[in-house]
Design a protein around this ligand. Structure first.
Ligand code: IMP
Length: 203
């Protein structure tokens, strides 16, 4: 079975390829379909965005597609930045500006109210008429928002995300350590089971 990963992000692609190693799935990426148009992520939920991307890529390529959408949800901010994680600080947003904005908004939050979670939703969709049922899965990892940025690694909100089982922020952990427990890894493990079952039905 062929599976197109609906991302242009090299890091995500590497993670997904590593997890699907050892299966009979032939992993393709958008590099194999350079004309595939970008999808506007205007959904209100991670699930809506992931499904929109998976459907668009399956429709364009004529193959089963896997897409994801992810972000940070902070309890004290009613789930913000959520689907706006990448553009939290407005036009020209980057990781540093987003992190600074989050720190400002959380300035007065006491330790007991600094809970947060990274969420990743993965969606699978087949091309029209292929009889492949759409599926979505969710991976979540809980942590706490620190009071300053800590650690040089990772990306996005990693320097502010304290993961207590390791006593470090995600940006202080090595990539292998992070990839064992991350929201993306958790969603991927679930989707892998679904893909394996699907392969039996649509070899
Ligand atoms: P997307 O899934 O590529 O749209 O990611 C949305 C945004 O969520 C990213 O730009 C980051 O700001 C944030 N994000 C998602 N996953 C992570 C992560 O593993 N670490 C840090 N930030 C993340």
């Amino acid at each position: 079975m062929e599976l197109v990963i609906a991302t242009r992000n090299k890091g995500k692609l590497r993670e997904i390829r590593a997890l699907l190693k050892g299966t009979r799935i032939r992993v393709l990426s958008l590099d194999d379909f350079p004309g595939c148009p970008d999808v506007i992520e205007d959904g209100k939920t991670f699930r809506e965005n992931a499904l929109k991307k998976a459907r668009a890529v399956a429709g364009y390529t004529g193959k089963t597609a896997l897409a994801d959408d992810s972000g940070l949800s902070v309890d004290a901010l009613d789930g913000a930045p959520g689907v706006y994680s990448a553009r939290f600080s407005g036009p020209g947003a980057d990781d540093l500006k987003n992190n600074r904005k989050l720190l400002r908004m959380m300035k007065d939050a006491p330790d007991s109210e600094r809970g947060a979670e990274f969420v990743c939703v993965m969606a699978l969709a087949g091309p029209p008429g292929a009889g492949i049922k759409e599926k979505t899965v969710k991976g979540v990892v809980r942590g706490r928002i620190t009071r300053e940025m800590r650690g040089p690694r990772g990306f996005g909100y990693d320097p502010l995300f304290y993961y207590s089982p390791k006593g470090m922020t995600f940006a202080e952990m090595g990539p292998e350590e992070k990839n064992k427990v991350s929201h993306r890894a958790r969603a991927l493990t679930k989707i892998k089971d679904i893909i394996n079952r699907m392969q039996l039905a649509h070899p």
